[in-house]
Design a protein around this ligand. Structure first.
Ligand code: ATP
Length: 340
């Protein structure tokens, strides 16, 4: 693109992914264009990143594109279970040092759940712990997985969570852990959170053991505000929290670091419904709303959010996962039709 009009547009790397990814990504791009977002899309495919050498990782075309555009919107990418290549999602987070995973969990109007007023922020450390997938076979029949927790990463994610809380008027940060059992690793995580919390006197800091946190979330989720977790607990609690507000089709997310911001839904590639025009694109659309605000384009973000809220409160043209009968395309057309 050479025109001056396109020069003022934000360049964004779009990664459709696989499974339902291409369907929800196409729906989202269509909606953003209709809402007047000023974006030049750079479409890229994701390939497994097998090498751990920095030069090889940085030579990956997708990593290069994200380092150049500094902003990406990503559909889900399947990770094979118990075999095959390691997770591309994890490799990207590591390669780009996307250390903060940010997931706002809030009920949309019109969605019926037992908890009308859930409004949680899940902040997940994104680079270490067991989720880094560092494991090997010691001898046949015995494997070892390494849980690495560092003070640097724990302090950094704690700063992110408390800074967010201070900036957006959140009053409570809860550190989630299993330090009664993993006294050293989760113990270090907690020690860093406690230290950081002292710099934020206006914000209450509490701690909860992860299994108790699960029970409390399904009984009284309103008691939580910002949940701050290491990587694996953050992955699990995110899906649980999505269930509190109507399911995985609805919850957006962002992976944030100094070099780049990569926006993606909490859900995975949902192979059971892939290619059937049944997927709910709301989670990626709301991730794109976060992205537009990050890009300094609040008007199209607000228009999309208003149209989504209208569709859900009217409960017309909703997809099957939230009790409707509409296809992905019908839902998307309805949202575009109600942009104001
Ligand atoms: P991963 O481990 O890759 O994150 P996951 O275990 O969280 O994946 P998903 O692929 O997200 O699993 O799917 C879990 C269930 O939720 C599936 O039954 C799927 O059909 C449903 N689901 C997920 N995303 C959507 C969506 N956008 N629209 C409708 N249903 C969805």
């Amino acid at each position: 693109m050479t025109s001056s009009a396109s020069d003022s547009k934000a360049r964004v790397t779009i990664i459709p992914g696989d499974g339902i990814g291409p369907e929800v990504a196409a729906a989202t791009v269509h909606l953003l264009d209709a809402a007047g977002a000023s974006i030049d899309w750079v479409e890229m495919k994701a390939q497994p990143i097998t090498s751990r050498r920095r030069e090889d990782v940085e030579a990956d075309p997708l990593v290069q594109s994200l380092l150049e555009t500094r902003v990406g919107l990503k559909g889900p990418i399947t990770t094979p279970v118990a075999e095959g290549h390691s997770s591309i999602n994890v490799a990207l987070r590591k390669a780009l040092d996307l250390y903060a995973n940010f997931r706002p969990v809030k009920k949309l109007p019109g969605i019926q759940t037992p908890f009308p007023d859930v409004d949680l922020i899940v902040v997940r450390e994104n680079t270490e712990s067991l989720y880094a997938g560092l494991e090997h076979t010691v001898v046949p029949g015995v494997v070892e997985s390494l849980k690495i927790i560092t003070a640097v990463a724990s302090t950094r994610i704690a700063r992110f969570a408390f800074d967010y809380a201070r900036r957006f008027g959140r009053k409570l940060v809860t550190g989630v852990h299993k330090a009664n059992i993993m006294k050293l690793s989760d113990g270090l995580f907690l020690e860093c959170l406690r230290t950081v919390s002292k710099d934020y006197p206006g914000i209450t800091y509490r701690e909860v053991i992860v299994d108790n946190c699960c029970m409390q979330l399904v009984m009284r989720p309103q008691q939580f505000d910002v949940l701050l977790l290491e990587n694996l607990y953050g992955d699990i609690i995110s899906d649980l929290a999505a269930g509190l507000v109507g399911g995985l089709g609805l919850v957006p997310g962002a992976n944030l670091g100094e070099k780049c911001a990569l926006f993606e839904a909490v859900h995975g590639s949902a192979p059971d419904i892939a290619g059937r025009n049944q997927a709910n694109p709301t989670a990626l659309m709301l991730s794109a709303v976060l992205m537009l605000r990050h890009l300094g384009q609040p008007e199209p973000a607000n228009r999309i959010e208003r149209a989504l809220h209208y569709a859900y409160s009217e409960r017309r043209h909703l997809t099957r996962d939230v009790g409707g009968t509409a296809s992905t395309d019908e839902f998307t057309q309805a949202i575009i039709g109600s942009l104001s």
